[in-house]
Design a protein around this ligand. Structure first.
Ligand SMILES: *[C@@H]1O[C@H](CO)[C@@H](O)[C@H](O)[C@H]1NC(C)=O
Length: 242
């Protein structure tokens, strides 16, 4: 159920590595996305771990309830969208433990009992708006590689955008964090470190290869030319590790 959230988030973090793209040049002088979402001159209390956990749980269930109606975006590219969903659902356990590990390692909540740490306040809607811009600008570099499956990529983008809009709508007029008048402390350096640590044991290429083959069987035939590439990269990664 955390799938789309994880994908959006991982994509967002992954694209953070692309330096000097058009988007960076247009917006600011190399400032990171999360900093750009700060509301200047405004501080807010850092959430306790209990508060943060409550809000994360609410957000996850919101994303979950948004995925069902938005998944129909895949109807354009397959007549078996439910089978396609199963391909991803089968990876749910892995993603849940990845997200848990991530949450445990970013040290974003205040586990003292004083609850008096003040941090720069972020505009949460702005984080999502900038995230979408960032992902869109990062797509530009890989046009040729994905040209044969552009329609699938577009459908996936449509689903992700739908989930994002649905999520924002569910949090209008206020996010859970607004109601508690606190926010988690999110810093990109912590997030990246934590992501690296939590993904260490996962062979992404092998997982991607399995999802790829499953998706082909669920009607995304055009993907089939890409699956052997994942498999090859996965076996190389395993050989390198041994
Ligand atoms: C937060 O960002 C949204 C757009 O992303 C904007 O409409 C809104 O005015 C911003 N709020 C604050 C307090 O800066």
């Amino acid at each position: 159920m955390n799938l789309i959230l994880s994908i959006i988030f991982l994509t967002f973090l992954a694209t953070q590595h692309t330096h000097g793209d058009v988007f960076d040049k247009l917006t600011s002088q190399g400032r990171h996305l999360l900093d750009q979402a700060n509301i200047p001159g405004t501080l807010i209390r850092q959430c306790s771990c209990v508060e943060q956990e409550e809000c994360f749980e609410i957000m996850k269930s919101q994303v979950h309830s948004c995925i069902a109606p938005c998944w129909k975006g895949f109807n354009k590219v397959t007549d078996r969208p439910d089978d396609l969903k199963k391909c991803f659902d089968s990876k749910n356990d892995m993603l849940v433990s990845l997200l848990d590990c991530f949450e445990d390692n970013i040290h974003s909540c205040d586990d003292s009992h004083a609850q008096s740490i003040m941090i720069p306040k972020k505009n949460i809607s702005e984080v999502f708006r900038l995230g979408v811009l960032k992902v869109e600008s990062s797509k530009k570099g890989s046009i040729n590689l994905i040209a044969p499956i552009q329609h699938i990529v577009d459908a996936a983008g449509e689903v992700a955008l739908c989930v994002k809009n649905c999520f924002i709508e569910k949090n209008t007029p206020s996010f859970c964090f607004d109601d508690k008048n606190c926010q988690p402390k999110l810093e990109e350096s912590d997030a990246k470190k934590s992501l690296r640590k939590c993904t260490k044991g996962i062979n992404w290429k092998s997982e991607a290869g399995e999802i790829c083959e499953c998706s082909v069987k669920a009607g995304l035939e055009d993907l089939s030319q890409y699956c052997p590439m994942f498999k090859l990269m996965a076996s190389r990664a395993i050989r390198r590790r041994n």
